[in-house]
Design a protein around this ligand. Structure first.
Ligand code: MOS
Length: 701
């Protein structure tokens, strides 16, 4: 089954948030601060206001008071020191690029020009933006205390051990679709927004909170999302600014970020330093793991990925110590990015396992099988379903693992060093609560409604596929409507849980609807002529609304999805250029509901992992606290020429302990482990262990 919205997407008929044409629409452009810390002394908006077509320039000096920003007069309730940045709230600057003004004009070009005329003068304070220089200020974020299983330091006295430090740089989501919002105030304090978000319900309630409106007064639409990878999980300053702007000018305002703003104001994966120590017995059984991570956060929010959790869950190991810390810097807040935490932590864990395999003279796959966890090492619970050994075998066969030579730098082909590497990934398999309204129309069309977003994986396609299976009608008779906050409840699309959560609700609603038809016709069984039944009973439609949530299984079982990535690389010995030659990515994520979109998800994760391994790094110039490669020419996401043949393989064994469909998430595991697989292949090719990503040619020559 192909994507239900594939035709709309490739013909341009699919409408993204910034593409709605509203009567009287005007355009907003944000002006960002050009210092990283200090105060705005004065802000000159005169020339901007005089520029052609300009309707308004909003700054902290003239912004309407935002009800949710106001602090209690009660001295017993002081203003919290941490929290999301307040837009146009006061003269304080806490990161470079922080929005300090919004220019609104009748055309995009006029707004852009006028924005260039806004000039701010600052009282500059000394900023801190370097994690390396300020790592001594690291602290344990609230609720993320160090955790120890067994004895923390026993790994040190193990017969075989490795210890090393790893650095993962700032990485930016960089979805193709820029973040953008159209805000439109209607009658009686009602607001409608079209915005790029991973959850219309969350955006709705957050906007309601900021503007102190009843939730039902806020309508959020997000029908198509051109990628988000975590950057759409919260309400960002530009969304609040668009809403403020629309209020001020009394017209709908469209505000689309430029690519440069995508590097400052909508989050990123934080630069993280890690140190890992692993000890093993002489025959390769893990004795202990000691894993520390220090990531960066902003001065206003304590964002922590918690990268080291993977060391607790991936392998059977009696002694595991983990510790996550963060450092506050004058930068925009980081946020969740695909495989948040795990994708970072796995770099250290799976690189260390690889290193250990060379010390032990064991095949890396054999070492992992040797330390396979048969039950969850943390909780001792049985797994809801785990077929990781099958995944190892499928991947090893497909890449031709037996062509690998254990001795690094031992294979040369046409002047290129050849290497093979592998690494695994793990991510929790979640199921949240959701509601679906299912309506069978007289013409035999089944309508399903859910507030859920589709940020690209093909949610509608998976849902239609599930409904088609339960109802016994073809996919082209089913419509799945999403991305509207007035629709039945669904959580954000995040944490790889949509098929599990919303899919289970679709399953439930369709099961209930079928039962309703059975009661109507008095006929049991799977085959139903819905059109005939409605006609005979003189009904224009039949409708059910069903809720669905996880049961007690979460208490009984440990639930995860697993992946294994196998990679072969070619490294040029003179130039240090790395070409990924082939990648095989295997997922053990329960039943595959929609094979085509699942494959696309795995391939997308592998591409992102290749970028993570070889090219992606957002660089801050610490003199100014500014990200300097803030465009797609200098920040290198992989392009077609960087991507080899990628094979996606699914173990495809249902896990019905997680949900009735038996499907588990795969959005995150598609990425988790891919970067260390590439790094491990580079080591096998060259004998060089690159511990600071990305592995650019200069690090190899
Ligand atoms: Mo994901 S980082 O839960 O969008």
């Amino acid at each position: 089954m192909s994507r239900v919205d594939g035709r709309e997407k490739v013909t341009g008929a699919a409408k993204y948030s910034a593409e709605y044409k509203l009567h009287g629409l005007v355009y907003g452009i944000l002006v960002g601060s050009t210092i990283a810390k200090g105060h705005i002394k004065s802000i000159d908006t005169h020339s901007a206001l005089k520029a052609p077509g300009v309707l308004s320039v909003i700054t902290h000096q003239n912004s309407p008071k935002i009800p949710g920003y106001q602090v209690s007069k009660d001295p017993a309730k002081p203003e919290p020191t941490k929290g999301p940045v307040k837009v146009f709230y006061n003269d304080k600057v806490i990161y470079y690029g922080q929005p300090i003004a919004l220019v609104i004009a009748d055309t995009f070009e006029r707004a852009l020009y006028a924005a260039s005329l806004v000039k701010a003068h600052y009282t500059v304070e000394q900023h801190v933006t370097s994690l390396k220089e300020h790592i001594k200020n690291a602290f344990v974020p609230h609720g993320d205390d160090p955790d120890v299983r067994g004895t923390a330091n026993v790994w040190r006295s193990a017969p075989v051990k490795v210890e090393a430090q790893y650095v993962l740089p700032n990485e930016v989501h960089n979805p193709m679709e820029l973040h953008g919002t159209i805000a439109h105030w209607g009658q009686a304090d009602k607001i409608t927004v079209w915005t790029k978000t991973q959850g219309v319900k969350d955006t709705q309630s957050n906007i309601a909170k900021i503007f102190k409106l009843p939730v039902q007064n806020v309508q959020v639409n997000s029908k198509f999302v051109g990628g988000a990878f975590g950057s759409g999980l919260q309400v960002w300053p530009h969304e609040v600014a668009a809403i403020i702007g629309a209020k001020v000018v009394g017209r709908p305002v469209k505000l689309v970020l430029g690519r440069a703003d995508m590097f400052t104001s909508v989050g990123y994966r934080p630069l993280t330093w890690q140190k890992i120590g692993i000890g093993a017995s002489a025959d390769g059984k893990l004795v202990g793991i000691h894993h520390q991570a220090i990531g960066q956060t902003s001065a206003y929010e304590d964002f922590a990925e918690g990268p080291t959790g993977v060391s607790q869950s991936l392998y059977a190991c009696p002694n595991v110590y983990i510790n996550n810390k963060i450092v506050s810097l004058n930068i925009g807040s980081p946020t969740w990015m695909r495989g948040p935490g795990e994708a970072t932590g796995i770099l250290a864990l799976e690189s260390a396992l690889d290193e250990l395999s060379y010390k032990l003279k064991l095949d890396p796959v054999a070492l992992r099988i040797h330390n396979h966890a048969d039950k969850d090492p943390g909780s001792g619970k049985p797994y809801s379903g785990k077929n990781l050994k099958e995944a190892y075998k499928l991947g090893a066969d497909a890449i031709g693992w037996n062509n690998r030579r254990q001795k690094p730098r031992s294979v040369i082909k046409d002047g290129w060093l050849v290497g093979y590497g592998m690494a695994g990934g793990v991510f929790g398999a979640y199921r949240d609560t959701a509601t679906i309204k299912a309506t069978m129309l007289a013409n035999g069309t089944l309508m399903l409604k859910s507030a859920v977003s589709d940020i690209g994986p093909g949610t509608g396609t998976a849902m239609v596929s599930i409904a088609s299976g339960v109802m016994g009608i073809p996919p082209n008779k089913i419509r799945f409507d999403l991305g509207d906050s007035s629709f039945p409840n669904a959580p954000q699309q995040g944490g790889s849980a949509t098929v599990s959560t919303v899919g289970s609700a679709v399953y439930q609603a369709c099961t209930d609807l079928k039962q309703k038809f059975q009661q109507l016709t008095g006929r049991a069984g799977d085959k139903h002529d819905y059109v005939k039944a409605l006609k005979q009973h003189n009904l224009s439609q039949l409708e059910v609304t069903a809720d669905s949530k996880a049961g007690n299984e979460t208490k009984q079982f440990a639930m995860y999805s697993w992946s294994v990535h196998f990679v072969s690389v070619l490294v040029h010995p003179t130039t240090g250029v790395v070409k990924v030659d082939k990648a095989v990515c295997v997922a053990d994520s329960g039943r595959i509901v929609s094979p085509k979109t699942a494959r696309s998800q795995m391939v997308g994760g592998a591409v992102m992992g290749i970028g993570m391994a070889l090219s992606e790094e957002a660089v801050i110039d610490h003199r100014y606290g500014k990200t300097i490669n803030n465009n797609l020419a200098d920040y290198h996401v992989p392009v077609n020429a960087d991507i080899p043949q990628i094979e996606a393989i699914f173990v495809n064994i249902p896990d019905k302990n997680v949900n009735p469909i038996g499907a588990k998430g795969m959005g995150e595991i598609a990425l988790i482990g891919m970067a260390p697989a590439v790094a491990n292949a580079v080591y096998n090719a060259t004998g060089k262990r690159i511990r600071q990503l990305p592995i650019t040619p200069d690090k190899l020559v």
